[in-house]
Design a protein around this ligand. Structure first.
Ligand SMILES: NC(=O)c1ccc[n+]([C@@H]2O[C@H](COP(=O)([O-])OP(=O)(O)OC[C@H]3O[C@@H](n4cnc5c(N)ncnc54)[C@H](OP(=O)(O)O)[C@@H]3O)[C@@H](O)[C@H]2O)c1
Length: 242
């Protein structure tokens, strides 16, 4: 599980913990939050919880995280590629350095991390990858930036093609959420007025919670619940399509 220290990642860690999985997650810099999530996961029934520092924008960091993971897990059943960063600047105003970081974290780092973790998944009796894309990768979302949308569209293409490449051993699916109440979009939900605007964007008239996304991810990861599903993008969007 990448980016398990907060938001959607934290909810996914806790969802798998409740099922008694051995959970291993990464964080980038917030070790206190990682420690808290690990404690919570253990108290919910996770058999073994480990957290590893990894920065997806840094190839050495990815390599060292994977070797740490490999030294503590003989195989991996489920990989959730969740870690990501938001970007809001227009293409014209964004700095080239910022563009590079967003592409590295959201797309390139995720692809490389998956490549390095795949051998561990192939050793497992069953294996499933769930990538966290976004509504921004499917529609011309007016909030997130063009660069962010490009990375999430990339994740969707990656999901569909990898599903074919690694079948029948590994299933690969994605979720594409709309706004989810996490630190990432805190600013958009910071007043009652702003919250109402976001609620009104969604036909279901709700603000999506990290737990809503975690349930969708759990469904796609589980061989019991979705053994015939691969290459699919599950929209967790409360009915929003634009
Ligand atoms: N929230 C939304 O509305 C929304 C909607 C659609 C899609 N998504 C996608 O859902 C995923 C999770 O989003 P979230 O809202 O839960 O985000 P979040 O609350 O901001 O948490 C981000 C997680 O990613 C980690 N992370 C940040 N930068 C990283 C880097 N350079 N390398 C590796 N890990 C890094 C963070 O670690 P630290 O805690 O150590 O910083 C944290 O665990 C992202 O891919 C996002 O694009 C979110």
């Amino acid at each position: 599980m990448t980016g398990g220290s907060r938001g959607i990642g934290r909810a996914v860690v806790l969802r798998f913990a409740r099922e008694g999985f051995a959970v291993l997650f990464t964080y980038k810099s917030n070790i206190e939050r990682a420690r808290e999530v690990a404690k919570e996961a253990a108290s919910l029934g996770a058999r073994c919880v480990k957290y590893v520092q990894m920065d997806l924008s840094d190839l050495d960091s990815i390599r060292s995280a994977v070797s740490e993971i490999a030294s503590s897990a003989p195989y991996i059943n489920v990989l959730v590629n969740n870690a990501g960063i938001l970007h809001l600047d227009s293409l014209e105003t964004a700095s080239v350095e910022d563009i590079e970081v967003v592409v590295k974290v959201n797309l390139l780092g995720t692809i490389i991390f998956t490549k390095l973790v795949l051998p561990l998944m192939k050793k497992a009796p069953w294996a499933s990858i769930v990538n966290v894309a976004s509504i921004a990768g499917e529609t011309g979302n007016v909030y997130a930036s063009t660069v962010y949308a490009a990375t999430k569209a990339g994740i969707i293409g990656f999901t569909k093609r990898l599903a074919v490449e690694v079948a029948p051993k590994v299933r690969v699916n994605a979720v594409a959420p709309s706004f989810v109440e996490t630190d990432m979009v805190r600013e958009f939900l910071s007043s009652e007025e702003k919250r109402k605007q976001i609620v009104d964007l969604h036909p279901l008239k709700i603000i999506i919670k990290p737990e809503d996304v975690a349930e969708a991810i759990f469904f796609l990861a589980s061989p019991k619940l979705s053994r015939a599903v691969t290459g699919h993008v599950l929209r967790v969007n409360a009915g929003r399509f634009t």
